[in-house]
Design a protein around this ligand. Structure first.
Ligand SMILES: Nc1ncnc2c1ncn2[C@@H]1O[C@H](COP(=O)(O)OP(=O)(O)OP(=O)(O)O)[C@@H](O)[C@H]1O
Ligand SMILES: [Mg+2]
Length: 300
């Protein structure tokens, strides 16, 4: 929980440079357009409305994060964008074309490791392009380049079980990028990593994003992660999943970990925290514990 501070600046405030970046960003072509998407799941206990009237656009080379409480429909949204799930209403357009099923133009990276365990790192990365029927030598050279980019050249012939969690996710990113997608869809990709590896992976991802023509939609639970990575943050609320706000992150780029304590970083984080965990009215829940210690033996 972030304590409110009298020094907190307005999260809306942008320096002229940041304002100019957003003006330029919005002049870029729209890569992904989500138009009034609603998703209902029929269940035994009636219809569950997971998403309601979701409407937003992502611009070319934008880094957009999606954040929201558990069950607000983040994974459902990304699965619809990936073509793994069909929306009940509305439309998803990629470069102006309706999404109807999975395709190589969208790269996916999930939280759980999804590499093929029986294939080596190189074979995993080559898997997608091989399906397209390109020359094998060409694909191999290309795969080596992606593996090198994620810093795993020494491990190209290793199997997934021989890699750490962070390394596996780097392979997953290389594998997704090897298909030359238009957009990378990432569902809490670093959620299972320890804090230090996670920080390294975030820096890696920013570096990759800076150097490639790639648009990223990144789901996270983590406020720091969202503010550190994103141009804009889509905040969802639950029951049903609706857009609460789309926030332009006023923290300048290039980003660094030192910015975590900058006033605009803290203000943005504080604002999102208020959206996601609005302060409870009253005294909050009262927990009833049986007394298991001696009377008077208090630690606080
Ligand atoms: N296949 C399904 N059938 C029925 N209900 C579903 C199905 N998939 C998701 N839901 C429901 O839709 C809602 C959104 O689920 P979703 O997994 O998208 O949430 P989420 O925001 O990704 O949550 P988390 O942060 O815990 O990953 C939940 O109420 C969930 O129970
Ligand atoms: Mg989820």
């Amino acid at each position: 929980m972030i304590p409110p501070s009298p020094d907190i600046v307005d999260y809306h405030e942008q320096t002229p440079e940041v304002k100019e970046r957003f003006t330029q960003l919005k002049q870029r072509p729209v890569v992904l357009s989500v138009d009034n998407v609603t998703k209902d799941f029929p269940t035994r206990n009636g219809v569950v409305r997971a998403l309601h009237d979701i409407d937003f656009e992502v611009y070319r080379r934008e880094f957009m994060c999606v954040i929201g409480p558990s069950g607000c429909g983040k994974s459902t949204l990304i699965r619809i964008l990936a073509g793994l799930e069909i929306q009940s209403e509305g439309e998803v357009l990629l470069d102006g074309n309706p999404v109807a099923g999975p395709g190589p133009d969208r790269g996916m990276v999930f939280q759980t490791y999804t590499l093929f365990p029986w294939l080596t790192v190189k074979q995993n990365v080559m898997f997608g392009p091989k399906m397209t029927g390109h020359m094998s030598a060409e694909i191999e050279a290309d795969a080596r380049q992606w593996i090198d980019m994620v810093g795993l050249s020494k491990f190209e012939n290793s199997y997934p079980h021989q890699l750490s969690g962070g390394m596996k996710q780097r392979v997953a990113i290389a594998r997704a990028l090897a298909n030359r997608p238009r957009i990378l869809l990432m569902d809490e990709p670093f959620g299972a990593l320890d804090a230090q590896t996670r920080a390294q992976m975030q820096a890696y991802l920013l570096e990759i994003w800076r150097n490639l023509d790639i648009t990223i939609l990144f789901i996270t639970h983590d406020l720091d992660e969202a503010v550190y990575l994103a141009d804009r943050i889509l905040v969802l609320k639950a029951n049903p999943g609706e857009i609460d706000e789309i926030i332009e992150v006023s923290v300048p780029r290039p980003r660094s970990m030192e910015q975590f304590i900058s006033p605009e970083f803290i203000a943005t984080k504080h604002h999102i925290n208020q959206l996601i965990h609005p302060e409870q009215k009253g005294d909050g829940p009262v927990l009833h514990f049986p007394r298991l210690t001696e009377a008077g033996d208090d630690v606080e």
